[in-house]
Design a protein around this ligand. Structure first.
Ligand code: GLN
Length: 203
């Protein structure tokens, strides 16, 4: 069985934390700042941080377009918090992103900062479906200026909810979460993503 190669978009945000979690989950990890660094990747994590900053830093090298193209060719994607905003097909309260390329590909509507400001950050314990060994023991989910998932398309599976709202979803080879799974020692979502990204290697 070959080791899945997973990149972490490293323009800004929680890069080192994702890299550590991916390594713990058994992936070969690299950082991505320009399109050529996407070559040969089975999956890419777009971390939390600030979506407007990431979109601005990606623009000069057309990185968002390159990610979209590599995803169309089969690369899996995992967007957390700001990363999910960049993958959502539709975003609300996102004037600051107007005119900037995003990745898209996830059939959801999200509202930026829908869970409030930094001061409204909170942690919730929630079961996630579809994790390795169907382990439903609650995952500690850290929400920081998190986007609200307002609605999901018919091809999108909700794998975790918080107070009756979806907070983690999967659509084919795309995984996304409103929260920060890299900030807690529980790496089950990263394991799930590494398996998802590596699936075609072993098929
Ligand atoms: N509110 C941030 C944004 O719009 C996301 C916050 C986060 O990633 N923790 O990009």
């Amino acid at each position: 069985m070959s080791t899945p190669r997973i990149g972490v978009l490293a323009l800004q945000g929680a890069v080192a934390e994702h890299a550590r979690a991916l390594q713990a989950a058994g992936a070969e990890v690299s950082t991505v700042r320009r399109p050529t660094e996407l070559q040969g990747l089975d999956g890419l994590i777009v971390p939390g941080g600030e979506s407007t900053t990431m979109a601005r830093l990606a623009a000069p090298v057309h990185l968002m377009e390159a990610i979209r193209e590599r995803h169309a060719e089969g690369m899996a994607m995992f967007g957390t918090c700001a990363g999910m905003i960049l993958m959502a097909d539709q975003i609300l309260d996102a004037e600051a992103l107007t005119g900037f390329e995003r990745i898209g590909g996830l059939d959801v509507v999200v509202r930026r900062n829908g869970y409030g400001s930094q001061l409204d950050s909170f942690t919730g314990a929630l079961p996630v479906s579809g994790l390795p060994e169907d382990d439903l023991s609650p995952l500690q989910a850290v929400f920081i200026r998190a986007p609200v998932i307002e609605s999901v398309g018919s091809a999108v599976e909700v794998i975790a909810s918080w107070q009756d709202r979806p907070v983690a979803v999967r659509q084919g080879r795309v995984l996304a979460a409103s929260f920060h799974p890299e900030l807690t020692p529980d790496h089950r979502l990263h394991q799930h993503f590494v398996q998802l990204a590596g699936a075609r290697l072993n098929s």
